[in-house]
Design a protein around this ligand. Structure first.
Ligand code: MSP
Length: 501
């Protein structure tokens, strides 16, 4: 089956921060898991380079928009490997083939009669690149997100007849309760549509930094339409000489933050309908990462968690684990260095890391590095039995935090198993050699199976551990407890998560 997953494409007016890293990591966990299951996966991320957010930032720095875009796009491009993201392509909306494809799709929307020329007058936030309606504007004419003064815009441009998609969108939501996930965001989107849709500007007259409108050279497309279409256009040129569109379209999951819900759950499906293209299966909306003080992260409040600092101090796996573990995916959550430190010490170093080193050390000491072949502990086997199917069912619904919690319960279970069985006692009693064999075999098998399931979350540490266990396969079929039994030779393992002094 094909599985196509996307992150938002990021504005290049600023440098990457933890919020961007968060969506990339979550999407990567899902993409890696699906690859483990043998699905045909395509994972896309990239940068959004046109429109006022970039043009204004460039002007403020005395640069051409393209110069600023090149400079910051390179930083986002470098971010993906630093996060161990396994994206299959990185799209930039300044790519020529993207721009040509945007023109082709929107020309079709125009030819299908979904546009008209009109006068737009209203309030606009240049940082959101969004037109604000009266009831969302803060007192003093401020943007509800950026709290900056809105500009009064009046210009002649092309409109997209969003209002004519009211009924088809209502039908979409009625037919597909999982079009938007989780449910509270489905309800939010549905009620937005229920309030009645107004037509929206499709083009801008004054702006030059954008994709030119093919049927009116005085205009460029409004950046959001150009940006949304990246999910579709990328497939047509990501692989030179090959068009991946029929293989991967429509997308399985668009993963987004809640700040851009309206665009993805209302504008986007309407635009696709207007262009006669298939709709994505799901839009999953996650929450905001907040500062440790529970307030929105911002440089001026000094509560920003820098992903690069976390990576330097604790490593990429720890950052990935922390974000998937500490903030329930789909909700808001506070993050901070103290919390990273405490999860790192208590869970990664003491629970998983320690379990791994104990297991390998005991197999080395008591069985000369050879994992014994023995009947696996039936109680443990029963407790592990349903885990892989539960994990994959949760990841099918984009619930990485819940899946991780179930896996972690078994990490703890194995640590208790070590205490219960006390292999160091068994080793002193030759008559209990069979019991010791069973304990070591079950433990090694448990650690191995869990590491396969943890692999999408912590690719580097699990790879090292699986190699040390002499079993490097990460296909999801190997997540079942009991697929391997004995016979492997373990190798010494440096601490997976060294303690910090
Ligand atoms: N360019 C648009 C998106 C176009 S998609 C067709 C945009 N870019 S952005 O650079 O502002 O990135 C917004 C996205 O970054 C959010 O939707 C979310 O995925 C991520 N985050 C940015 N800040 C965040 C937090 N504080 N917390 C969680 N995610 C955040 O909007």
């Amino acid at each position: 089956m094909s599985f196509y997953i996307t992150t938002p494409i990021y504005y290049v007016n600023a440098q990457p921060h933890l919020g961007h890293a968060y969506t990339i990591i979550a999407s990567d966990v899902l993409a890696r898991h699906m690859r483990q299951r043998g699905e045909d996966v395509f994972f896309l991320t990239g940068t959004d380079e046109h429109g006022e957010p970039v043009a204004d930032a460039a002007r403020a720095q005395g640069l051409e928009p393209k110069e600023l875009a090149d400079r910051n796009a390179a930083r986002f491009q470098a971010l993906a490997p630093q996060l161990e993201a396994s994206n299959d392509f990185f799209i930039r909306t300044s790519d020529e083939p993207h721009m040509a494809a945007v023109q082709a799709v929107l020309q079709r929307v125009h030819d299908n009669g979904h546009t008209y020329k009109g006068i737009y007058e209203g309030w606009y936030c240049p940082r959101c690149a969004d037109f604000k309606v009266e009831n969302e504007i803060l007192e003093g004419n401020l943007c509800p997100i950026h709290e900056i003064r809105l500009t009064r815009e009046q210009e002649e441009n092309w409109f997209f007849r969003l209002s004519t998609f009211q009924q088809p969108l209502e039908q979409l939501y009625a037919d597909h309760p999982d079009f938007v996930m989780p449910e509270h965001h489905y309800n939010e989107a549905r009620s937005f549509i229920g309030q009645g849709l107004q037509d929206v500007s499709l083009t801008r007259a004054r702006l030059k930094w954008g994709v030119p409108v093919p049927w009116d050279s005085s205009q460029v497309f409004y950046v959001w339409f150009d940006a949304l279409l990246n999910y579709y256009t990328a497939l047509s040129y990501a692989r030179p000489g090959e068009n991946l569109t029929t293989r991967f379209w429509p997308a399985t999951y668009h993963i987004i933050g809640k700040d851009i819900l309206k665009f993805h759950t209302v504008f986007w499906p309407a635009l696709l309908m207007a262009a006669e293209l298939a709709l994505p299966h799901h839009v999953f909306v996650h929450g905001f990462l907040l500062g440790a003080d529970g307030r929105k992260m911002s440089k001026s409040l000094g509560n920003v968690l820098d992903p690069f600092e976390v990576i330097d101090r604790y490593g990429t796996d720890a950052l990935r684990f922390y974000l998937m573990r500490d903030v329930a995916f789909g909700g808001d959550g506070a993050v901070g260095m103290d919390a990273v430190d405490s999860r790192y010490e208590s869970e990664l170093a003491n629970e998983y890391g320690n379990l791994a080193s104990r297991t390998i050390a005991m197999v080395s000491r008591y069985r000369d590095r050879l994992v014994p072949e023995a009947e696996l502990d039936p109680t443990l086997a029963a407790e592990f039995e349903v885990l892989p199917s539960q994990v994959s069912a949760l990841l099918d619904c984009a619930e990485p935090t819940q899946a991780l919690e179930l896996i972690w319960q078994r990490v703890r279970r194995l640590n208790r198993y070590v205490e219960e069985r006390a292999p160091w006692q068994l080793a002193k009693e030759p008559a209990r050699a069979a019991e010791l064999d069973q304990t070591l075999a079950s433990l090694s098998e448990g650690v191995r199976a869990l590491s396969v399931m943890l692999h999408p979350y912590m690719p580097a540490a699990t790879t090292r551990l699986l190699e040390a266990l002499g079993r490097s396969g990460t296909a999801f079929t190997a997540a079942r407890f009991g697929t391997q039994n004995g016979g492997a030779t373990v190798r010494a393992l440096e601490p997976l998560f060294p303690k910090h002094t």
